[in-house]
Design a protein around this ligand. Structure first.
Ligand code: FNR
Length: 342
């Protein structure tokens, strides 16, 4: 199976599979303040990640590139980013490191958005040299290194050894020209991983929790014979992943992601200390089904709703939301109790 075909399969199944929405966000509630003493006009959505200022806390998370047909998707995503001021990540650039002809399927993102924040993407085993080639390929401002062990193990042609990756991450963090974001792809994280990442000096972590795009399910669709069906619920939800990260909020910048479907989900990530919120599937779907104008309208709507939530909570800035209490119920509260998280 070629990498190009895999890229197309990922888009196809991400769109086809039903959205489960078991992110844990429904276990989280804001406490309404009827007297917030706040002016909507003073609310700013600007935030900082890895020392860079983002005009919106929402970012388009890593999806695609690496096949001719994906150039069109990256073109539309870049136009969306440019028109709405969102930062944007490309999908894994490994295909273009192997085959020069595919560079343009990623580089288009920088061409269409010369002044925007663009994030590169490679697997976390990448060498400093390859990571720097990926950064230079698109003039990336930040670089993703993704952790996707559950996906690789489910993928018939996937990696089977995950030794030595921590050291590779350390070297890239130290040797790359731009800040590194270590991210999952939808299985989330917990304190054990956050501690390792803190020790490696990683400046930004994207939790990419369970409950949205599910790569074990996607790879199961691509497998013939026996499927790894029992692993489809593997990992921590986005809510649990963010709660597990609380002791690490001053060690690196946190990005909340995984199953974010609307502005309220995004606001809950921010209230749990995330400085930005990544969205992949919930942007890809309207873009592919209804086109660029509909996607622009949706993002503008999310911005308006996010400003409304900040006003309701009496917060002029995105980071102020982290000072507000969030009620945690149900399975998410039970997890916190068992893990000793306050
Ligand atoms: C992804 N994702 C992803 N992540 C990554 O680090 N490198 C990649 O190449 C890809 N490829 C990819 C393709 C497609 C079609 C989708 C939908 C997603 C994972 C993505 O960045 C994100 O972590 C997960 O999708 C979870 O977020 P959502 O989709 O639930 O918002």
């Amino acid at each position: 199976m070629s990498i190009e075909q895999r890229k197309l399969d990922h888009v196809r199944y991400a769109l086809e599979l039903p959205v489960t929405r078991n992110t844990g966000f429904s276990d989280l509630s804001f406490v309404h303040r009827a007297l917030p003493e706040c002016d909507l006009a003073d609310v700013s959505l600007a935030t900082e990640i890895g020392g860079l200022t983002f005009s919106s806390p929402i970012l388009i998370n890593a999806m695609t590139g690496g096949a001719d047909q994906t150039e069109r998707i990256n073109r539309d995503l870049a136009a969306l980013a440019q028109r709405t001021g969102l930062a944007m990540a490309v999908g894994s650039q490994r295909a273009a490191l192997k085959d020069e002809r595919l560079v343009r399927t990623y580089a288009i993102v920088r061409e269409l958005n010369p002044d925007g924040i663009v994030i590169g993407n490679l697997g976390a085993g990448a060498s400093v040299k390859d990571a720097q080639r990926a950064v230079d390929m698109i003039g990336a401002d930040l670089m993703h290194l993704h952790l996707n062990v559950a996906q690789e193990l489910t993928m018939p042609e996937g990696d089977r050894s995950f030794q030595g990756i921590a050291q590779q991450i350390r070297e890239v963090v130290e040797g790359l020209s731009v800040p590194v974001i270590v991210k999952e792809v939808g299985n989330g994280m917990a304190a054990e991983t956050y501690e390792q990442l803190a020790e490696l000096g990683v400046p930004v972590v994207d939790v990419a929790g369970r409950g949205g795009t599910n790569f074990v399910s996607i790879e199961n669709q691509r497998r013939s014979g026996l499927h790894f069906q029992d692993l489809e619920g593997w990992g921590q939800t986005t809510a649990v992943s963010l709660l597990e990260a609380q002791p690490y909020l001053n060690r690196y910048d946190l990005i909340g992601s995984g199953g974010v479907q609307n502005a309220l989900d995004a606001a809950k990530c921010l209230a749990l200390g995330a400085r930005a919120v990544g969205v992949a599937g919930a942007i890809l779907r309207p873009l592919m089904e209804h086109g660029l104008e509909a996607a622009v309208e949706l993002v503008e709507h999310w911005h308006a709703e996010l400003r409304a939530v900040l006003t309701l909570q009496g917060c002029a800035r995105v980071t102020d939301l982290a000072q507000r209490p969030l009620i945690v119920r149900g399975e998410t509260a039970e997890w916190c109790r068992l893990r000793g998280i306050d």
